[in-house]
Design a protein around this ligand. Structure first.
Ligand SMILES: Nc1ncnc2c1ncn2[C@@H]1O[C@H](COP(=O)(O)OP(=O)(O)OP(=O)(O)O)[C@@H](O)[C@H]1O
Ligand SMILES: [Mg+2]
Length: 355
């Protein structure tokens, strides 16, 4: 028996034993870790007490207990008593009932599933971005040409109008044409050449931190974890400030209350790091982490795509611009998100080290 105990406590699947009345008879180490409890605390308690939101959980257990048919559920959400929500693959197997019981004892297997949203460089991200940009460039061209014509014609028309009352109409045409042109320009991203100069990334982060503090009336809290040994990076100061500002502003905007918003800024150096097909000797890594609700699931594959937004007043350009600037720097922008923990990571190569 002892040897089984050993195996049970060392496998990565959580294993929970329940008796006919759904009282806990055993829980292995992985199960304790997963459910954030100890077997000492939960032995003899009812299965419903293991989790906070127990509707679905209990229904599954009761079903197997009474029908004696095994069941597997994939990606089931569970709210732990700590309030944390996790997702598990659940397998419930009935064991032969003892004596007169009508219900089965149950063997419950719990496997955590990774619901972390990962938008990573492995997924052909760079390639997809190039495609998107090519489409936008083509579209922008097709829009801007006729738009210039429309605006010019409206100006000519305005001059020929017999009375001033009608001029309001041509003004609307010109104003809307300008608005559309600005939108297309922003879609195209910053078109100025990069003005590269040696930059201290911490100076940029501090600058933007001060902007966010000012915008939020000092309500957003910051945790700073800087690597002071980071050398200067070659970058465009104005454009990198825009990148960091767009990311931090998003964090502030998605927070239910600025008072509750905590942004962590972390810098590290990375050696032998590949971006696209290029291996860099030294790369500067910047993490901007927030404790907000996380990227909405329906947007998870699209947040970097221009005009994709989860906010009523959003234009959906902030991250697209950030990404395009970082790409111009030969770098990479990634995102990982789950509720309470969203991380945007910038990787910027230190070119002088490549020489
Ligand atoms: N830190 C974050 N946490 C949760 N969701 C985020 C975060 N950052 C971005 N998002 C989601 O990604 C969407 C796109 O962000 P993006 O900055 O590109 O556009 P926007 O903020 O909607 O508009 P804009 O920045 O142009 O004003 C956001 O609307 C939001 O739904
Ligand atoms: Mg934004």
């Amino acid at each position: 028996m002892e040897q089984y105990r050993d195996i049970l406590d060392n496998i990565s699947t959580g294993v929970l034993g329940l008796d006919e009345d759904l009282l806990v008879t055993s829980l292995n180490a992985a199960g304790e870790a997963l459910l954030k409890t100890s077997s000492a605390r939960c032995l003899g308690t009812h299965a419903r007490q293991l989790v906070l939101d127990n509707g679905e959980w209990l229904a599954n257990l009761e079903q197997v207990s009474s029908t004696r048919t095994p069941l597997t559920r994939r990606g089931m959400p569970l709210t732990l008593h700590t309030g944390q929500e996790i997702h598990i693959d659940l397998t419930v197997t009935p064991l032969a009932p003892s004596g007169e019981e009508h219900n089965s004892r149950l063997l419950v297997e719990l496997q955590p599933v990774d619901r972390l949203l990962k938008i990573s460089r492995e997924e052909g991200l760079l390639h997809a971005q190039e495609t998107t940009r090519a489409v936008i460039r083509g579209l922008a061209h097709e829009i801007k040409n006729p738009l210039g014509g429309v605006r010019g014609a409206a100006q000519l028309l305005a001059r020929e109008l017999p009375n001033e009352d009608l001029a309001e109409y041509t003004r609307v045409i010109i104003r809307e044409a300008d608005r559309l042109r600005d939108l297309v320009d922003r879609l195209l991203g910053p078109h100025q050449q990069l003005q590269l100069s040696p930059l201290n990334i911490h100076e940029i982060l501090e600058h933007v931190r001060n902007l966010i503090l000012a915008e939020s009336d000092n309500r957003v809290a910051f945790i700073r974890d800087y690597d002071p040994s980071l050398p200067e990076i070659p970058g465009d100061r104005t454009q990198l400030i825009q990148v960091v500002l767009n990311i931090m502003r998003n964090a502030m905007q998605v927070a239910p209350d600025p008072q509750a918003c905590v942004i962590t800024l972390r810098t590290r150096s990375r050696r032998q790091f590949t971006i696209g097909t290029e291996l860099h000797r030294l790369v500067c890594q910047v993490d901007i982490i927030d404790n907000g609700p996380g990227v909405p699931r329906e947007l998870e594959h699209a947040i970097f795509v221009p005009m994709v937004t989860g906010r009523a007043e959003g234009t959906g350009l902030g991250l697209a611009i950030a990404q395009s600037v970082i790409n111009h720097h030969g770098g990479l922008l990634e995102c990982e998100s789950e509720p309470g923990n969203t991380r945007f990571t910038l990787y910027i190569p230190m070119r002088q080290n490549d020489a």
